[in-house]
Design a protein around this ligand. Structure first.
Ligand SMILES: [Zn+2]
Length: 900
């Protein structure tokens, strides 16, 4: 009955539609249905199938939105009715104008919403090993191009659908590896060139090429009202997680976003129920919240967009779906439990089409409302930024509780800023430019002053950057400048509930950019910044050479460049007066040699660094730096912090080489390296030996991988990557390396591992007095910092802190806390950076910061003829904190340097 009705509708539809050419099915194209057992299409297949669809159907057109990190073209499909596709530039413009909301009154918004089309973004495959989810967009585009039922036609008429494979490189590698070995995991590298799974942690920072391309589509080009981001890790025993999400949500986000998520999700879960598809779980079923910014889905909230995430179950090889006993009884967030069964990927594909269609159906029915709502949110954001407004944060509520009245909510001292100004005369302009570039990449309107101006009591020079808060993306602006004050989220036993991701991340603080808050209207000549260029630095003549600052991130690029050309670069070892001006310790000095003037002029232009010529060599003592041979330790399968480190080092002109277990175990490391950097790999001696077993992957599998994987990397060394470091194969070679003059750097958990392995005189951890006065480690209720920014106090006069600003924060997440002790034979540790003794939490959430007060965050140790540098906080956190990069850069350049 049901079937014949459906057929009837299709027949009717066909009779009124103009004849469309036959549309090739995926089955015909690949010889397999999408989601067939033991089959994954790779990105090359997806691309060629999409090109077929584009040629055969007048409902789809392809656009290259950028290149991937391995250089593949990144495609996006635009799907709509033929008539809409012809007018797509007009509809794009309508979406943009309504989203920006500037200069659009209610009547015009109503008219534009009436004329426009809902723009919906659907992506998949970002986490490439979540392999079935990635396949689903092939099925989606096929259905949209081939079907002629009433719903499909209504969707095509009312919606412009953007479909994007979010990680083409990963899709190619995972599909090829699976088809060759039958394993979805087990790649020798990360599935995104540098950052693997962290590709979904990059969206306000826009470090990776894929992120940049997607952000451009979302926030500068198409302005979709709903974004649907597919993933594939369903909570145990369920088929799919759908929103709504658990608390907390972020107080900067418009409430219409929160309600919008609910209504779209309700439409989705309701459709699952109507189609009799069980196993759909929401809200409390998973840790996903709307607090954090930075994921593809979550950054949308700060742009007034409805971001939807699902996490489905599936595997190309049929797997058992086992219903756990604690999920047998239906409850509000899981009303329809699924029975235990063998699960095929094709079933996942069908579920994901239900979810896709639910969103598209909703958008086609509420097209006008979606367009009007995004205007309303933009308008509200502009209005808040134009007058006095108080964003209610946990801090503001706490202040009101302290005052025992409501005056905090109208206290002019506590109101929101109307603008943020980044003065053009600050120490690290490279960081400022990189920060502005990231705002612009996320669609934020940024201006530059074309003349000096004043605001309040402050004066700002020409060229200062101004970010006004009366803009549609005000929530994102505030989130990038202001601390995140995460509400206390405590479980029934009073213990903290871990947030989904970081609790605090304020990008302006991480990057160390200086800014002023302005609370009144700014009167200045402003020009819109579309692309952040480089203002060339100045160069003066000098026969002996040139001095340049250590404070600007661009200086590291200049230093690395000069060293690569064979120039001699030094750091001043103490504060020195030269040419009537005092230069701080750490100031860089490059000697003049043939063509020197031309080279520094070129660098001044490229990196925005100024060079001051001098007539005589500096009178103070110098530290000559050499081009370091950097070994960055990596493991089989890759490691995200290692990948981020590689990425950041390359961004600043360093040339790290990946080193694997086999090479370390071979010894004689000084032959090839000056610096060895560990973000992973050192044996954790506190763990049971079981977890330190070699990687179990057979030679036969390796051979298959070498043949099947695309030529993105040199795969000849896959075997070398398998050797796991242990105390017995690593300690002697590493000790010899350091004592023979090498520099060893260990970050985060690797610092603790190094301390144990080398038996350094350092205690790690946080402690309270336990039974009988014996210290015991703190528990979660006593000390808990889930990814937050803490204030750091760099020591004065140490090489490691040259060029580092005093006002410094660091990302604390699973970071070891150090205390130097004196009961060891291995020399003594010098504290280079401490946690501050008060106001230690800068942004995020922290319990028991007193356990950090005054403790060591960074240690430096001399060891034989070499050096060891240990970093507690995540100094290179996801490629964001330019301010703390310098500590690591100094260790890399300064560690191997020799005093003259
Ligand atoms: Zn995922």
């Amino acid at each position: 009955m049901h079937l014949s009705l459906a057929l009837g509708a299709t027949a009717l539809a066909l009779s009124v539609l103009p004849a469309q050419r036959r549309i090739t099915s995926p089955k015909l194209a690949f010889g397999k249905k999408v989601g067939a057992d033991k089959f994954l299409a790779n990105y090359t297949q997806l691309t060629s199938y999409w090109k077929t669809l584009e040629a055969e159907s007048d409902r789809m057109t392809l656009e290259e939105i950028g290149k991937t990190s391995y250089g593949q073209p990144m495609l996006m499909a635009i799907v709509s009715s033929p008539a809409n596709l012809k007018k797509r530039q007009r509809y794009r413009k309508i979406a943009e104008r309504l989203c920006h909301a500037r200069g659009i009154d209610r009547l015009m918004a109503d008219q534009l919403a009436d004329e426009g089309r809902a723009v919906i973004w659907i992506d998949a495959g970002m986490h490439a090993t979540e392999s079935v989810a990635a396949q689903n967009i092939i099925e989606l585009t096929y259905r949209m191009c081939s079907r002629n039922d009433a719903e499909t036609r209504r969707i095509l008429d009312n919606v412009i659908l953007l479909v994007c494979p979010a990680n083409p490189d990963g899709m190619e590698m995972v599909a090829n590896a699976y088809m060759a070995t039958g394993r979805v995991g087990g790649l020798p590298v990360l599935y995104q060139r540098y950052v693997g799974h962290d590709n979904n942690r990059d969206f306000y920072a826009s470090n990776q090429k894929e992120t940049r391309a997607i952000n451009r589509m979302l926030y500068r080009r198409w302005f979709p009202q709903i974004i649907y981001n597919h993933h594939q890790s369903a909570p145990r025993g369920t088929v799919i997680f759908t929103p709504p999400f658990r608390d907390p949500f972020n107080y900067n986000v418009d409430p219409r976003v929160v309600r919008g998520i609910e209504i779209v999700s309700a439409h989705m879960t309701h459709r699952f129920a109507r189609e009799n598809k069980p196993g759909v779980i929401s809200r409390t079923g998973a840790p996903y919240s709307t607090w954090w910014n930075g994921g593809l889905r979550t950054t949308t909230y700060f742009h007034n967009m409805i971001g939807i995430l699902t996490e489905s179950f599936g595997h190309p090889t049929p797997r058992k779906l086992t219903q756990a006993l604690n999920r047998r009884l239906p409850y509000g967030d899981y009303p329809m439990p699924v029975a235990t069964q063998t699960w095929h990927a094709r079933q996942t594909i069908e579920y994901l089409q239900t979810a896709n269609l639910a969103i598209l159906d909703y958008a086609s029915r509420y097209r006008k409302e979606l367009l009007f709502d995004i205007w309303q949110m933009g308008k509200a954001a502009i209005a808040k930024g134009r007058k006095d407004h108080w964003t209610v944060t946990p801090r503001l509520v706490a202040e009101a509780k302290k005052r025992k009245d409501n005056t905090a909510f109208t206290d002019p001292e506590l109101r929101d800023a109307r603008a943020y100004v980044l003065p053009a005369d600050q120490l690290d302009l490279t960081a400022v430019r990189r920060f502005i570039d990231r705002l612009v990449a996320c669609g934020v309107e940024v201006h530059r002053a074309s003349a000096d101006f004043g605001a309040g009591f402050a004066r700002f020079p020409k060229g200062s950057w101004v970010v006004l808060c009366d803009q549609a993306f005000r929530a994102h602006v505030r989130d990038m400048f202001e601390p995140q004050w995460h509400p206390d989220d405590l479980g029934n036993g009073g213990e903290p509930v871990r947030p989904y991701d970081s609790a605090g991340w304020t990008l302006a603080m991480q990057m160390g950019v200086q800014f002023d808050r302005v609370y009144d209207r700014i009167q200045a000549k402003l020009e819109r910044v579309e692309d952040v260029g480089v203002d060339a630095g100045s160069v003066t003549d000098g026969s002996a050479g040139w001095l340049f600052t250590h404070y600007d991130g661009g200086s590291y690029r200049a230093m690395n460049h000069l060293l690569s050309l064979g120039d001699r670069v030094h750091w001043l070892r103490s504060r020195t007066r030269i040419g009537g001006r005092a230069w701080p310790a750490g100031t860089c000095f490059v000697e003049n040699r043939a063509g020197g003037a031309r080279r520094v002029r070129d660098l001044a232009k490229r990196f925005g660094v100024s060079f001051t010529g001098i007539l005589k060599r500096p009178p103070s003592k110098l530290l000559e730096i050499r081009r370091p041979r950097i070994g960055l330790f990596d493991v089989f399968g890759g490691n995200m912090p290692t990948g981020w480190t590689q990425f950041v080092l390359q961004e600043f002109g360093f040339t790290p080489k990946l080193v694997f277990g086999k090479r370390v175990a071979e010894g004689d490391l000084r032959k090839d390296f000056d610096v060895l950097l560990f973000c992973t790999g050192l044996p954790n001696l506190s763990q049971r030996p079981r977890s330190r077993r070699p990687v179990r992957i057979s030679d036969a599998t390796i051979e298959k991988l070498q043949k099947a994987l695309p030529a993105f990397e040199d795969w000849s060394n896959i075997s070398d990557r398998r050797v796991v470091l242990t105390k017995s194969n690593a300690l002697a070679p590493l000790e010899k390396f350091v004592s023979g003059g090498g520099t060893l750097i260990a970050i985060g958990g690797q610092a603790s591992a190094a301390i144990r392995m080398f038996d350094f005189p350092v205690r790690t951890g946080t402690f309270v007095d336990g039974d009988g006065g014996k210290p015991r480690a703190t528990n979660r209720s006593e000390f808990f910092i889930p990814g937050s920014l803490v204030r750091l106090a760099p020591a004065k006069g140490l090489m490691l802190t040259w060029g580092v600003q005093r006002n410094l924060v660091g990302m604390f997440r699973r970071s070891p806390v150090f205390e130097a002790t004196e009961d060891s034979s291995q020399g003594s540790a010098q504290v280079a950076v401490r946690y501050t003794k008060k106001d230690t939490l800068a942004s995020g959430w922290a319990i028991g910061t007193n356990h950090l007060h005054g403790k060591a965050a960074v240690l430096s140790m001399s060891f034989g003829a070499g050096n060891v540098f240990l970093f507690g906080p995540d100094m290179l956190y996801r490629g964001q904190p330019d301010a703390t990069f310098k500590l690591v850069f100094n260790a890399i350049l300064g560690g191997p340097a020799r005093a003259e």
